[in-house]
Design a protein around this ligand. Structure first.
Ligand code: FO1
Length: 309
């Protein structure tokens, strides 16, 4: 069993590569839920949905989130009525949130609801929320000192505010989701997907028990850098790393992952950092990590599985 620790878009692309080269039933994805929110009374899990839609071949490749071929009639009407329409929920995407919310209202856990959605979408990869408990990523803006919910920061404020701090509300009381610790214990290999180290991997590692379970598997764990040539391929990871005092480079990310992963995969554009990564006590593999095509994603997955260089 290959276990991947996942955020949103980068992790989804990696998984889409992995399912091309191995049996999807042999892959377990532990997914961040720190981005989750309740809006219009609906429970929304953006990273679980990005991973699910991508694996089901339904994802909107332009935005990286939501469903392809979407229509926006409900949101349009909601706006016309004077409702809150800042978080764009497409008509097909709404069905996911209606279904998840219905199952949760019936007393199912997030893991059970996720499994029902996974089966409904014909996904064979095992999708595990990092926890069934609510863990909410919150960021404090440097300029005003105000604390923002993650989606408020990311969407309403277009992740423009520079940050003073990040916290994961509820993490200390949360327990790992069903199957999470077993998956990490039994994995033949663990992959830290190319996701945001602070707000995608951060919440997962903040759930008590998960960080130590991962450290126990360090020699089987391989991480893929989400930073290439000093920038993030998508989203605010570079700004966040800089705001929180980390070097915005593969070395800055390597320092965060060194306790958890023996091996670090960096892009060819960062080949000059290979020695620096090794000095941090990690093995380093240099390859193409910019998954512009499914073929590149498949090759990256082969490298992560140790089947290619
Ligand atoms: N990201 C945006 O930048 N603007 C949006 O309006 C937006 C809506 C949205 C709806 C459902 C969903 O699952 C994700 C959505 N996202 C949107 C992305 C979301 O902010 C994710 O948390 C980010 O992609 C980071 O993972």
């Amino acid at each position: 069993m290959i276990v991947t620790l996942c955020g949103g878009v980068g992790a989804a692309r990696f998984l889409a590569g992995a399912v091309q080269i191995m049996d999807p039933r042999e892959i377990t994805a532990i997914v961040n839920t720190g981005d989750d929110l309740v809006l219009h009374g609906l429970s929304i899990s953006p990273d679980l949905d990005t991973v699910s839609y991508t694996l089901a071949g339904l994802n909107n490749t332009e935005t990286g989130w939501g469903v392809t071929g979407e229509s926006w009639r409900a949101m349009q009407r909601l706006g016309d009525l004077g409702g809150d329409a800042w978080f764009a929920l497409g008509d097909l995407d709404l069905a996911t949130h209606l279904f998840r919310s219905q199952l949760l209202a019936q007393g199912l856990t997030l893991a059970e609801a996720t499994n029902a959605l996974r089966r409904a979408m014909g996904i064979e990869v095992n999708l595990l929320p990092m926890s069934n408990d609510r863990v909410a990523t919150k960021v404090t803006r440097r300029d005003t000192g105000d604390e923002l919910d993650f989606q408020d920061y990311f969407v309403r404020h277009h992740h423009e505010p520079r940050l003073r701090s990040i916290r994961f509300e509820g993490a200390e009381r949360a327990t790992p989701g069903p199957g999470v610790l077993d998956a990490l214990r039994d994995a033949t290999r663990v992959v830290i997907a190319p996701s945001n180290p602070l707000v995608s991997l951060g919440p997962i590692l903040a759930v008590p028990g998960i960080a130590e379970a991962l450290r126990a598997r360090r020699t089987e764990t391989i991480a893929i850098s989400p930073i290439v040539a000093g920038a993030a391929l998508k989203g605010p990871a570079a700004d966040m790393l800089s705001d929180l005092g980390h070097e915005v480079s593969v070395l800055g990310v390597a320092r965060l992952y060194a306790p958890y992963a023996e091996t670090f995969i960096i892009d060819a554009q960062d080949a000059h950092h290979e020695a620096g990564v090794v000095e941090l006590g990690m093995k380093c593999i240099v390859t193409n990590t910019v998954m512009e095509t499914p073929q590149i994603a498949a090759h990256l997955a082969r490298v992560a599985m140790g089947d290619a260089s």
